[in-house]
Design a protein around this ligand. Sequence first.
Ligand SMILES: Nc1ncnc2c1ncn2[C@@H]1O[C@H](COP(=O)(O)OP(=O)(O)OP(=O)(O)O)[C@@H](O)[C@H]1O
Length: 625
Amino acid sequence: MPPDAGTAAPDAAPRAAAALAVRIAWLASPRTVLLLAAAALVGAAAPVAVTWLTRGVIDQIVAGGAIGPLVTLATGLALAGVATATLPQLDQFLQAELNRGASLVAIDRLHGSVGRLTGMVRFEQPAFLDRLQVAVMSEQGPAEIVAGGLGAARSMLALAGFLVSLVLISPVMAIVVVVAAIPVLFAELALSRRRACMTFTISPVERRELFYRDLLLRANAAKETRLFGIAGFLQRRMLTERRKADRARRAVDRRELFVQGGLALLGAVVAGGGLVWAVRASRQGELSIGDVALFIGATAGVQSALATAIGQFTLLHQKFLIFDHFRAVVTGPTDLPIAAHPRPVPPLREGIELRDVWFRYTPDAPWALRGVTLTIPVGRATALVGRNGSGKSTLIKLLCRFYDPERGAVYWDGIDLRQLDPASLRKRVTAVFQDFVEYDLTAAENIGLGDVTAIDDDDRIRTAAQQAGIDDELAGLPAGYQTLLSRIFMTEADREDPTTGVVLSGGQWQRLAVARAFMRDGRDLMILDEPSSGLDAEAEYRIHAGLQRHRAGRTSVLISHRLGSIRNADAIVVLDDGAVVEEGTHADLMNAGGTYAHLFTLQATGYLDDQVDQFDNRATAEAAS
Ligand SMILES: Nc1ncnc2c1ncn2[C@@H]1O[C@H](COP(=O)(O)OP(=O)(O)OP(=O)(O)O)[C@@H](O)[C@H]1O
């Protein structure tokens, strides 16, 4: 059974997420972080200074004091004003700069971690995919968290400054303002938790919306969506998912509206009450006019700094919770257990052996392989055949160790694959998968990716293409092997120029995938999962002749529903419902008259008219009886 550790939501660790975010930001640009911190310090001091300088100026004017100190105070006020006016722009620039650098580091970390997942297990787990989607959206998290943290620190410093000012004028008022802020803090924290939770819970809905949107916009789905007239149907489904997500967002927005509206009202009542008191105190001579100005500025300053600090803390808390999904992905365990001291994979000398292998994709899924015991001898061609869903592709995924068996084991010259280094194992394997990738790159790159160390080696690329029978076609493209095999990167100006990109046919792509596998020449094991399913008869014949030549003396596993193409394999293994039901050469299996003989005869019959008639008659008779 595939392990599921690390996919279930782990206990959120917002502190660890915050620490990781700060580490990433610091790694990206320590200078920008320091500049932002300096800006935060000045940003905190400036408004407090403005309030005190304003009080001094007013009191000097009212008292008719000397011009010198008044000018000094006014100059200070002007400088503080300049700092207050220009800091937001500088702050914005620094934040954007930090964002660029830290996002780059975050993207690199995230993709590095996903790339280090050795198997396919995680990609089949919805919980991991949800987490990954949130993690991908969190690339700006480090910069936002650092900027938010510094913003909160700035508000706290400003708050302290204003609070001291307010305590000097009216300690009671200072206490009232602070006490009124306590419910705000708790309410905002609860709101932020709710928003972070909503972001995660709507993730499957957003993934479904993306799936429908992708189908509607994808070129290779356009044929079916048009012919079957399902664009409207898919669009309605997409909008339904969007509405579901919007309903969840609206519920949180509505709660915020009521809670924050109520809290704002409370703040306004406190400030209004204080103002009435200050005016009365001034009339009774307890406060100077400058004191009243200081009181008004300090009360507004305390309230706004408190509101900003609480807002920033709760936003930070929310960002920690969201960025925690990023942390969970980048620090999560690997999907397949890796041996403490994985052994490098030696060249294959005897063969690969499956011993009583049981495998299912999830604990609640039916078994895809049931007690498979099988030897793939070195230097021999082994063919896997069987009906759809009988477990052929699953078996080769286990040979590449994309998954581990739940019971039993796969051995490479007697060593359990779990003891080997997965990367080292894969260096010894080449494959054409059923669902091979069509890269929107040049023809040469499409082949060269088979051995990225030789991606510029034109001779090897060309040899691989010749072996796959596609050299002539690639050489004949407008820019030969350098032709881009895609039209998706074209600009409007390129549209008429055929050399900027061409579209290959399905069969051509398939031969290109075979060439890519040939690029990894000299590997110990070659896996071919339906390498010729999309080819015309002649291309199929040529590719199988080429593969046969190439396979000679090498270890290969070949899957094909066209039984004629595997009849020359050294051994044919028939799978049925995840179990090996027959094994032998073509002649052995035909003599045995079992599943293979039945399937082979059925296919061969299709190519011979008189036998087709007999077959049809027999089928009609069978149907009638
Ligand atoms: N990624 C997956 N997640 C869950 N179940 C899967 C997955 N891939 C295959 N299966 C299931 O495992 C069983 C074996 O599938 P597999 O693809 O190995 O069959 P196959 O013999 O290669 O079929 P085909 O001839 O159609 O390619 C099937 O029941 C299939 O539904």
